[in-house]
Design a binder for this molecule. Structure first.
Ligand SMILES: Cc1ncc(COP(=O)(O)O)c(C=O)c1O
Length: 416
């Protein structure tokens, strides 16, 4: 180990630290004969639109997360639209949201006329910053969207207190965090209405799918009225009158996807445990070098949709891009994070959002320079694989790659 550590880094002509084949170690989703059998069973019935497996998935999900209602959707984006619709967001309403998230946490609300107000994220857990959220509350604010980014539960105590003080609803986007826990409660059970995406790269992959979760009967009924026409007929209350029309879109989940999701959910804990063990091991090695790895506080049990670490400014004279280059030369699958900040996107800065939301009050302006703290903190992040199937040897090779690069940081910087 010591002699390998003294090797030249690969970017300066040395031998790459990572020699193992990574395809299997990072392969996702994990599909076995159990998934195949579940799909075939549904396929052979020929009932590919309304097979009962979708409801079984809903029951399983609600029981797993600990909620009264679960409603399956064709994807997480549709489930988020249903969540915003259920809360009766409409023209003129404002919703506090992170800028550091995937677009689907935010954009569906525009179809209802509601406008996002972007907030800073805090640097320890990368979720909404409760202080900035409170500062941005105005007369039109109705709700906030909390995203447990990359699988790390957000600051729910503080955000919950802000929501209660100002009577705001919480939409929880737990798409990255199925299986994660905050103070003993599962993510997906922490919002008035919560959503989990089941897209293929997520921790409960279905191909395409999304689950909406709530304990509130009224919210559940409204979500159902948006786009699940067959089930509106089953409602006992006045919402049943929409059974001939719904609210104009169709959002139900395909049973073949539900069959896959059911099997995947059964394996969620065991597969999360494997990622967590791998990443706890690698994180300890990288923390020893001075990287911040977001392991989370005591009362939180995070999961890893993706594995991001922070490269503190003072750690080495190497710019982040050059560090990534050096790690890639070592054979590491390293990159910078893939979500650009939403408030800086042309959709907002050039005003295109107004074509959908048609704001009636004063126009909202979105400026690139609006959220400097999130921008600065995000610029120090580095993305690595989440190693769903890796053995320790590959993790050791990654750690060695980092050790080599950091030991020679000065030389690498000079030869840039
Ligand atoms: C945080 C977050 N929310 C929502 C979604 C949307 O889910 P879907 O792709 O299933 O529509 C995604 C990702 O795909 C996501 O990463």
């Amino acid at each position: 180990m010591l002699s390998a550590k003294l090797d030249q880094p690969a970017i300066l002509g040395g031998r790459p630290a990572v020699s193992l084949d990574q395809r299997q170690a990072n392969r996702w989703p994990i599909v076995t004969a159990e998934d195949e059998a579940a799909v075939l069973e549904v396929l052979r019935t020929g009932d590919l639109s309304s097979h009962g497996v979708t409801r079984e998935l809903e029951r399983d999900f609600a029981a797993y997360v600990g909620r009264r209602h679960a409603l399956a959707h064709c994807n997480g984006t549709a489930a988020l639209l249903a969540a915003f619709f259920a809360l009766e967001l409409g023209p003129g309403d404002e919703v506090l949201v992170p800028t550091a998230t995937f677009w689907a946490s935010v954009l569906p609300m525009l179809w209802l006329g509601a406008l996002p107000v972007f907030c800073e994220s805090e640097p320890e857990r990368l979720g909404l910053d409760p202080e900035d959220v409170e500062r941005k509350i105005g007369a039109r604010t109705r709700a906030m969207v909390v995203v447990h980014l990359w699988g790390m539960p957000s600051r729910m105590s503080e955000l919950g207190a802000v929501a209660r003080r100002h009577r705001l609803a919480i939409v929880e986007d737990a798409s990255h965090a199925p299986g994660a826990e905050w103070r003993g409660r599962k993510c997906g059970a922490l919002g008035d209405v919560s959503v989990v995406s089941l897209q293929t790269q997520k921790l409960v992959p279905a191909g395409e799918g999304g689950i909406l979760l709530t304990d509130d009967e009224r919210l559940y009924e409204r979500a159902l009225c948006l786009g699940d026409i067959a089930r509106i007929l089953e409602l006992a209350g006045p919402a049943r009158r929409f059974a001939a029309t719904s609210f104009g879109i169709k959002t139900r989940m395909a049973p073949l996807s539900a069959a896959v999701a059911r099997v995947q959910l059964r394996h969620l804990d065991e597969r999360n445990a494997r990622r967590n063990a791998n990443l706890a091991y690698l994180s300890r090695r990288l923390e020893a070098l001075g990287f911040e790895t977001f392991m989370g506080p005591e009362h939180v049990r995070r999961v890893y949709f993706e594995y991001l670490i922070r490269y503190p400014e003072a750690l080495a004279p190497l710019p982040l891009e050059r560090l990534v280059e050096a790690l890639r030369a070592e054979g590491c699958e390293a990159s910078t994070p893939r979500y650009p900040l939403l408030h800086q996107q042309p959709f907002f800065t050039e005003g295109h959002y107004a074509r959908i939301a048609r704001p009636q009050g004063p126009a909202v302006t979105y400026r690139r320079e609006d959220l400097p703290r999130t921008e600065a903190a995000g610029a120090r992040l580095l993305r690595l694989p989440s190693f769903p199937n890796a053995g320790q040897e590959l993790l050791d090779q990654y750690a060695l790659a980092f050790e080599k690069v950091m030991a020679h940081a000065q030389a690498i910087a000079q030869r840039g």
